[in-house]
Design a protein around this ligand. Structure first.
Ligand code: GCW
Length: 718
């Protein structure tokens, strides 16, 4: 009987250790299932040696022991001498590095890159992982584990890798109440009530996950900020998190509420040119650095959607940013100032407003300010043209802001792989310095030789067991980190890596699932906002379609403002005959969109009001093409469903079932989007749904009557 219980206990432990609930993300170190490769790895790796000790290298050591022992299913010994089969981790602090790695390579990897090389020392075969810094070495260790997880040949390693962008950052929109603005995966992972004394294991696992993809900065709190985070009680809590993140090379930023001097400082004003206000922020910065010596700086949303800012005092965004920058400069802190601004007092196309506001300020920001610009001019839509501020502010360090949380992309229930969306933007040409002035070059600072560069993404992380709600949403966190490290990677390469690490190396699975991921973004565009439609989702909560909605307090919160459907046609004329937003782009870029007959159809309704019977490149009328796209989107989801069904048995049942159920929701919601949009736009086009396509099975009235008072993602913060 006892024996029986022991066996049961063992089985249970194995099960619990390997429960595929998604918690481990892509950091799964299960035994390599390819016996030939396993043998190769076992022969090559028996020991690890660290040339010196530090908290960061201790983290690296723990990861390596854990990872290698899991993957190789053998004991890995930590050694001080170099034996055959040693993985030697060195940094510039160890003089031996210069006999192992060329100066040239060490120059190339700069501060946080790494080299991995197979070497022979005294007739011993070893693998060297080298960084100039401890962090570089840690990144190298994670990369080495990635090679094994993705089953690469490691016989003659020669890897030199360095990040293209300096600040690789996650912005959490987490409130102190633990609700998450636009969060669809539980509550915030920051347990403010238990901090600083209780350190949740999740904090370390979060840091590991970020470090494994090179993310080195996080803003902990919502940009719709609560000033309380800057009070002593909270700074102590923040410091406890900083202590966990430090060994993993992650700096903390805080979203600063511009009116904090009034709210928590007792001042009468927050005017950035007021001496007392300036003094208050200086003292606040000094205090923060006492608790968090490597504090990154402030992220600020000002004069946007009701947030306070310098314009409350008739000052400019530059006045506000520079005042904070001066307070942080002594400590090498940075201000990340957001350019997401628009006002309903300005009678101007919302598309144009941020550019109009910021362009005149070009060159007026301090060296330690980055202006953070969303990838598109409106708001993280399934497809947007790039924001004209990229390339539009050559004398300013402009930083990218992407969104991982799927505010406009089906929340955390739709499978959509975002690397193609990110790449589409990064690879776009601004033409500001001639052909080849890619956004990636604006963002990595190389186009204008800016010293500081950054890429941020709004996090999609919450306290759901698998962190991101949808198992495939993990891929977006992963892809963002990988692209911030190296924007030359392709979406397919990143998907390939992620699938292998997260699910399996089984080739048919990798191939099919990769195919699914790669079409998923175009699929969602098709069933939500094809041909350049944008911002036609439900009011406020943004859940589901509501192209009919027209009662928001501001005109530019209404879908009708954006699609402008009428009996003549549909779309927003942003050419010279309309709002002329196109004038904000370089002439070469403008040319691609100016002419309704040659405009890339993916962006057609972004820039033109198009007659319903306009002849599209396919030969179809615009109306028929619109229908065709909506239907193709739904069909593609159905294809994803059957593709996934064929994967049964190749991976664990848990995640297989989860994804299957989520795809069912996605299919339902895709049909909802399609039917609601088609029925509504049909009231203007007065044209039938083309023959052969299934007819909507509900009425427009039905779709218009749907209410979602408890849709997730809009928790208060004050
Ligand atoms: O996308 C919109 C969201 C707001 C968000 C805002 C922003 C944090 O609907 O919830 O607020 O953008 O980016 O500031």
């Amino acid at each position: 009987m006892k024996k029986y219980f022991l066996l049961l206990y063992c089985c249970l432990t194995v099960y619990i250790l390997h429960a595929e609930d998604g918690y481990r993300l892509w950091l799964r170190y299960d035994k390599v299932d390819n016996s030939k490769l396993l043998q190769q790895y076992r022969n090559a790796i028996s020991y690890i040696q660290f040339a010196h000790a530090s908290p960061t290298l201790a983290a690296a050591k723990e990861e390596m022991i854990d990872g290698l022992q899991g993957l190789l299913d053998k004991k890995i010994l930590v050694q001080n001498s170099t034996e055959n089969g040693t993985v030697l981790v060195v940094t510039a602090a160890d003089s031996i590095i210069y006999s192992l790695i060329s100066r040239d390579d060490l120059d190339k990897i700069a501060i946080d890159g790494f080299v991995i090389e197979t070497k022979k020392i005294n007739q011993k075969n070893i693998i060297v992982i080298a960084g100039n810094t401890d962090i570089g070495a840690l990144y190298g260790c994670f990369h080495f584990l990635r090679l094994l997880q993705t089953q690469q040949n490691i016989q003659q390693l020669s890897v030199v890798s360095a990040p293209t962008v300096q600040l690789r950052m996650l912005d959490h929109w987490d409130n102190l109440t633990r609700t998450v603005e636009r969060g669809y995966t539980g509550m915030s992972i920051w347990n403010w009530q238990k901090l600083p004394d209780y350190i949740d294991k999740r904090y370390t696992d979060y840091a590991r996950a970020n470090a494994s993809i090179g993310i080195n900065a996080v803003a902990l709190n919502n940009v719709n900020a609560n000033a309380t985070i800057l009070t002593k009680d909270y700074l102590i809590k923040v410091a406890a998190l900083a202590n966990v993140f430090r060994p993993y090379g992650i700096k903390i930023f805080l979203s600063a509420r511009f009116s904090a001097p009034i709210e928590i400082g007792g001042l009468k004003t927050a005017d950035p040119l007021d001496a007392q206000v300036q003094q208050w922020w200086k003292k606040k910065a000094d205090e923060i650095y006492q608790y968090i010596p490597d504090f990154g700086g402030f992220l600020v949303k000002a004069n946007s959607e009701g947030q306070p800012g310098p314009q409350n005092y008739n000052r400019t965004h530059a006045d506000g940013a520079n005042m904070l920058a001066d307070a942080l400069a002594l400590h090498n802190g940075i201000v990340i100032w957001r350019a997401f601004v628009y006002s309903n007092e300005t009678n101007e196309d919302r598309f144009k407003q941020a550019y109009n506001e910021f362009k005149p300020l070009d060159g007026k920001f301090r060296n330690n300010v980055l202006v953070q610009v969303k990838n598109g001019p409106i708001d993280f839509q399934p497809r947007e043209p790039f924001h004209p501020l990229f390339g539009g502010m050559p004398q300013t360090q402009v930083m990218m802001e992407f969104q991982l949380t799927q505010e406009y992309l089906g929340f955390a229930t739709h499978l959509v792989y975002l690397a193609p969306l990110f790449k589409e933007c990064l690879d776009a040409d601004t033409y500001t310095k001639g052909k080849g002035s890619y956004i990636s070059k604006v963002v990595d600072g190389s186009l204008e030789n800016h010293p500081v560069s950054g890429m941020a993404a709004v996090a999609n992380i919450g306290n759901d067991i698998n962190w991101t709600g949808h198992p495939f949403a993990q891929a977006n966190w992963y892809a963002f980190g990988r692209l911030a490290w190296n924007h030359n990677l392709t979406s397919a390469q990143i998907a390939d890596e992620w699938i292998r690490k997260t699910f399996t190396n089984t080739q048919p699975f990798v191939n099919k699932v990769k195919e699914m991921m790669l079409v998923s973004r175009e699929t969602i565009v098709d069933y939500m906002t094809p041909l350049g439609l944008h911002h036609i989702m439900g009011y406020s909560h943004h859940y589901g379609p509501a192209p009919w909605y027209n009662s928001a307090a501001r005109a530019d919160w209404n879908p009708t403002y954006f699609h402008k459907a009428d009996s003549a046609g549909i779309g927003f004329d942003r050419t010279a005959t309309g709002s002329n937003a196109l004038s904000q782009y370089a002439p070469e870029m403008r040319k691609q969109f100016d002419d309704i007959n040659t405009c890339n159809e993916n962006y057609l309704l972004w820039f033109h009001h198009v007659p319903w019977n306009f002849k599209m490149k396919s030969g179809r009328s615009l109306w028929n093409e619109l229908c065709y796209k909506y239907y193709a989107g739904v069909d593609s989801v159905r294809w994803m469903q059957s593709t996934w069904d064929n994967m049964k048995g190749i991976i664990d049942d848990e995640r297989f079932k989860e994804v299957k159920m989520l795809l069912t929701i996605q299919e339902k919601e895709a049909v909802w989007w399609r039917n609601a949009c088609i029925l509504y736009f049909q009231t203007f086009s007065k044209m039938p749904v083309p023959k052969g396509l299934e007819q909507p099975d509900n009425s427009l009235e039905y779709y218009e009557s749907l209410q979602f008072p408890y849709a997730p993602g809009i928790g208060g913060n004050q």
